[in-house]
Design a protein around this ligand. Structure first.
Ligand code: GDP
Ligand code: MG
Length: 441
């Protein structure tokens, strides 16, 4: 994968005293191959590599004490920049009703995303939202939206048989105005492929409804195809943003990287599942980190913060940032895992922790066993928790007895802690936890 590949490149750079210009160019060649393999469009790859090389070679990197890390930082910063510097919100600050028009190919996730955004606007911004389906091609498309509307308790425009898309759009606006809605969401029809009939329909609807936002919905899993689709739409419809769906799947960062460069529009949201709250604002920095193989540490800690109290998360984040991780921290993590829905929910969130996860799986750390592990740590003295290295054979026997487990189980727990501590150090070496300290004040 792109992540593994880039990690490989940087591992090679790391641990060297000084980097020559040749080193940088060699590394960048690998970056180039990795990006191409990850489905990033060729012109985007070229631009990216040129920019990153220029920065790495031209700067003080070559004389730096830790040149490898500086190159990592430059690549990471350049990635973030290519993905779009900031996460951008919807711009709906107009005399109501504001209009959001959703466009994209059939099956890209338009209708689902329409409902997801409607739900967000209703719940997070207390907006009164109406949804209208303009899809008269697919039988039952309008009913599909009406059903979603019922599920999330958002109004949908009553269906009038035989009406054409532009007329439905006009009726939606009129009805929203009369009934005092803040936002009208127009879910348009898709096609299997981009064709002129579709583009003409989109243009006509846009002209009739004058949307504040025209969001292109694309399936991140389709990689290079998604980029071509985006290119076609950009040329004909004035897009204001992109929504990347199926980011929960095996999507590489590649599509995201090209998308921004090809459309010139910001990626505003990422769809992360089939459920109607599976949508997140798009955070370029996080995707850049994911691409670099650091894992979505920020998301993980955010989620942890939802489940545990912020003070505890704050403490842990600071310790992690320093590369400290003792058995008290492990215990807290185990408790978080229970609160966060068990081990399954965490799987894969931190690539660096894969090994630790495997160790946990081997130790039979299913959700029930989390309680066992907690008991083992509970039977240790404060000193032992802070400095696991002092736990000798005699102490192990005592701990096993105290927790009603075996010495073998105590050993497995200690091994697990070592693996996790190693992973924390690795994350730290790769540039630390970035915005964490800021996030928690
Ligand atoms: P449309 O034809 O563009 O309106 O696409 P739909 O909204 O009907 O979605 C097609 C399928 O994709 C449905 O089964 C959705 O549940 C699924 N889907 C949409 N967004 C996502 C996403 O972010 N992740 C996943 N896993 N599935 C999604
Ligand atoms: Mg649809």
């Amino acid at each position: 994968s792109l992540s593994d590949r880039l990690s490989g490149v940087f591992d090679k750079l790391r641990g060297r005293g000084a980097l020559t210009e040749d080193d940088v160019r060699t590394a960048m060649r690998e970056v180039r191959v990795a990006l191409l393999e990850a489905d990033v469009a060729l012109p985007v790859v070229r631009e990216f590599v040129d920019k990153a090389t220029e920065r790495a070679v031209g700067s003080d990197v070559l004389r730096s004490v830790t040149p490898g890390q500086m190159v990592v930082k430059i690549v990471s910063d350049t990635l973030t920049e290519f993905l779009g510097a900031d996460s951008s919100e919807l711009l709906l600050d107009v005399t109501p009703p504001a209009v959001i028009m959703m466009v994209g190919l059939q099956g890209s996730g338009k209708t689902t995303t329409t409902a997801k955004i409607a739900k967000r606007l209703k719940e997070k911004e207390r907006k009164k939202v109406m949804m209208a389906s303009l899809d008269v091609n697919r039988p039952a498309a309008q009913e599909q939206l009406a059903i979603l509307g019922t599920q999330i308790d958002v109004a949908t425009l009553p269906i009038v048989a035989g009406q054409q898309p532009v007329d439905i759009a006009r009726r939606a606006l009129q009805s929203a105005k009369l009934q005092g809605f803040d936002v009208v969401m127009l879910d348009t029809a898709g096609r299997l492929h981009v064709d002129q009939a579709l583009m003409d329909e989109m243009k006509a609807v846009a002209a009739a409804s004058v949307p504040q936002e025209i969001l292109l919905v694309v399936d991140a899993l389709t990689g290079q195809d998604a980029v071509n689709v985006a290119k076609n739409f950009t040329e004909q419809v004035p897009l204001t943003g992109v929504v990347l769906t199926r980011m929960d799947g095996d999507a590489r960062g590649g599509a995201a990287l090209s998308m921004r460069a090809v459309t010139g529009s910001p990626i505003k949201f990422a769809g992360t599942g089939e459920k109607l709250d599976a949508i997140e604002p798009f955070h370029p920095q996080r995707v850049a980190q994911r691409i670099l193989g650091m894992g979505d540490v920020v998301s993980l800690v955010e989620r942890a913060a939802e489940a545990i109290d912020v003070e505890e998360a704050d403490k842990l984040a600071k310790k992690m940032a320093k590369g400290q991780f003792d058995l008290n921290d492990l215990r807290m993590q185990l408790r978080q895992m229970q609160k966060m829905g068990g081990l399954g929910a965490l799987a894969g969130m931190i690539p660096g922790l894969k090994k630790a996860q495997q160790a946990m799986a081997q130790s039979g750390a299913n959700d029930k066993a989390l309680v066992h592990l907690d008991a083992i740590i509970g039977s240790m003295t404060a000193k032992e928790r802070e400095r696991p290295a002092i736990i000798n054979a005699k102490r192990k026997i005592r701990i096993a007895k105290g927790s009603g487990t075996t010495v073998q189980e105590v050993n497995r727990l200690l091994k697990m802690h070592q693996e996790m501590e190693g992973a924390m150090k690795k994350i730290r070496k790769m540039g630390g936890l970035g915005g964490l300290a800021k996030m928690f004040g």
